[in-house]
Design a protein around this ligand. Structure first.
Ligand SMILES: [Fe+2]
Length: 186
């Protein structure tokens, strides 16, 4: 049976790949300013420039009503006490929401509402679904010992705004305190 590749694909929940979708790498050097402990960041970068996470996105269609989706995988590790994480972003089209589904590993999503700056920390694990409302910056964090892999589904029109959150940064950070993930002020 011939299946339209726009309508069907397969993914690897452990490898973080989608058949036919190119994988984008984000390295430590791409994350300057994201981690709170700048000395720890510079010390880590002096040791090498590891891949912190990968992204594979599929854009089957465009325009009103269409959906895009992506699988991301974050490596385990920390910069100082702060766990490896994504840059985080708003959607360029602020009302656009997103659904995240955990596939493997253990982590969290950190949400920050744009107007109120209210922060929320939600677990992201296999069998967990996180709904990210519009107007909310979102970042994913790996607190486990193995890669954290998840699927995100979002409106095709959402777009990514990395600049606003990079300038303002998240007001909370997730750090290891006695080995336990703990949300503290930046
Ligand atoms: Fe998003």
């Amino acid at each position: 049976m011939q299946i339209n590749p726009d309508l069907f694909t397969r993914f690897d929940p452990l490898g973080g790949t989608i058949e036919g979708a190119p994988q984008i790498e984000r390295r430590l050097s791409d994350m300057r300013g994201a981690f709170a402990d700048e000395d720890a960041f510079n010390a880590a970068l002096a040791q090498g420039d590891p891949v912190l996470y990968t992204l594979a996105a599929v854009a089957p269609a465009h325009g009103d009503g269409a959906l895009h989706y992506a699988i991301a995988q974050i490596a385990p590790g920390r910069i100082g006490a702060e766990y490896y994480m994504t840059k985080g972003h708003y959607h360029a089209w602020r009302p656009a929401a997103e659904v995240y589904i955990g596939l493997s590993g253990t982590g969290f999503m950190l949400l920050e509402e744009e107007e109120s700056h209210e922060s929320r920390l939600l677990p992201l694990t296999p069998n967990a679904i996180v709904y990210v409302p519009g107007h909310t910056a979102h970042r994913t964090i790996n607190t486990g010992e193995i890669p954290l892999t998840y699927l995100g589904i979002y409106p095709a029109a959402a777009g990514h705004d990395y600049g606003s959150i990079a300038t303002e940064n998240f007001r909370k950070i997730l750090v290891a305190v006695n080995g336990e993930p703990t949300l503290v002020d930046r």
